[in-house]
Design a protein around this ligand. Structure first.
Ligand code: FNR
Length: 381
């Protein structure tokens, strides 16, 4: 098989191997997908200052995120249905992250449960992403379960209290398990590897929810459940309440505006993630990379700024770090690796990004990712 040398290679292979509805769930954004496209495209507007004849023989990409050592400023973003890209997807991605020395974030909407991931990774700490539901006792239980599983940071997602429509998911009739329509059966017949792996696992449902929240056993009822349960009254008081209950590092995800960034800081966020949910929610919102500088200017001295959206290479990571992010997250880049080659594919994605980051930093004449600043970028024309 041809060698996987960039994230685009992994994407192409994932498209071949993952059933259509689950591939489309990943590779798409809301409505016209303009924000989804801008997330990637706007990185191209930034240009590096190449420098030469600096001693670049000793280099390090190691840093910290919320006080925890990371081998590079990249974490795995929380993504729902990861266990449908590949059987046991969350477990495989968590293992790849552990081996790479970076954080793995488990979504509330994962297929493998908090407990299953903890067990499969020998209780190596991972991060847990929380959605706030109307049923606060369910939120409390999730926080307890994350604590019991040795999670070392909690990520509260703020930008999914209502849903951005994704046309493809609607048209594909995204469901779990896939409905046995002729179209789905024909498509599944072309993915024998995926089917075989899926038959071998018992992780085929929403592990954090089924059996923990009543009346949820398929994505149809789950969509209904989320629409009924995700609380549109979510407020900063809720975040303060979660922080108190959790007691550990709290990361607030889904910030695009400096005013919200200030409120997050006032509420005690240990870090915020500048994110538009990978262009899956408010279409027409700015790309993440274009929103980053104003937020760094507003609160960069008071809190740690994390970043996601459109990261497909180590160059993208470096640009976000240059603009003031302490760390970045990858959603789709991880999902493509997973869909293409399981755990090995996620490890490959991380290795590709690490090499690109390291070499690009060297081309800019820098040797330590912690020292990277706006000076490595050309002023914008
Ligand atoms: C997501 N994202 C997400 N975020 C979250 O907080 N909880 C979730 O369950 C999900 N689910 C999810 C599914 C899929 C398929 C994608 C692509 C994304 C958003 C995710 O955490 C992150 O913000 C984006 O993925 C970042 O953009 P890139 O890296 O995918 O371009």
């Amino acid at each position: 098989m041809t060698e996987m040398t960039c994230i685009e290679d992994l994407r192409r292979l994932a498209r071949k191997r993952v059933p259509r509805m689950f591939y489309d769930y990943v590779d798409g954004g809301s409505w016209t997908e303009s924000t989804y496209r801008a997330n990637e495209a706007d990185f191209q507007q930034l240009h590096f200052r190449q420098r030469v004849a600096c001693d670049i023989s000793q280099r390090s990409t190691a840093t910290t995120m919320v006080g925890q050592a990371v081998s590079m400023p990249v974490a795995i973003a929380p993504t729902g249905l990861t266990g449908m890209q590949h059987a046991d997807g969350e477990i495989l991605a968590a293992r790849a992250a552990k081996n790479a020395g970076i954080p793995f974030t488990l979504s509330t909407m994962s297929v493998c449960s908090i407990e299953a991931v903890a067990q499969a990774t020998q209780r190596h700490p991972f991060w847990f992403q929380l959605y706030v539901t109307r049923d606060r006792s369910f939120v409390e239980r999730l926080i307890e379960r994350a604590r019991d599983a040795n999670c070392s940071a909690l990520v509260v997602t703020m930008d999914l209290q209502v849903f951005g429509q994704r046309h493809k998911d609607k048209k594909n009739g995204l469901s779990l398990p896939p409905k046995p329509t002729l179209r789905n059966l024909v498509n599944l017949a072309t993915k024998p590897r995926w089917c075989l792996n899926m038959l071998r696992t018992s992780n085929r449902q929403f592990g954090n929810i089924v059996g923990h929240a009543t009346g949820v056993d398929s994505i149809k009822s789950l969509t209904q459940w989320t629409q009924e349960q995700f609380d549109p009254r979510l407020s900063w008081q809720d975040v303060a309440w979660i922080k108190k209950r959790w007691g550990g590092p709290l990361i607030v995800k889904g910030i695009l505006d400096p005013d919200d960034a200030r409120l997050a800081v006032e509420t005690g966020a240990d870090a915020i993630i500048v994110s538009n949910h990978g262009g899956r929610q408010l279409d027409g919102a700015p790309s993440s990379i274009s929103a980053l500088p104003a937020i760094v200017d507003a609160v960069g001295k008071q809190t740690e700024i994390h970043f996601d959206g459109g990261v497909r290479s180590g160059q993208d990571v470096l640009k976000a770090i240059a603009l003031g992010a302490r760390g970045t997250y990858i959603g789709r880049a991880m999902m493509y690796g997973l869909g293409a080659q399981g755990e090995r594919g996620v490890s490959t994605a991380l290795e590709i990004i690490r090499n690109e980051l390291d070499l690009s930093m060297a081309f800019c004449g820098r040797t330590d990712v912690r020292q990277v600043d706006r000076g490595i970028l050309l002023p914008r024309q």
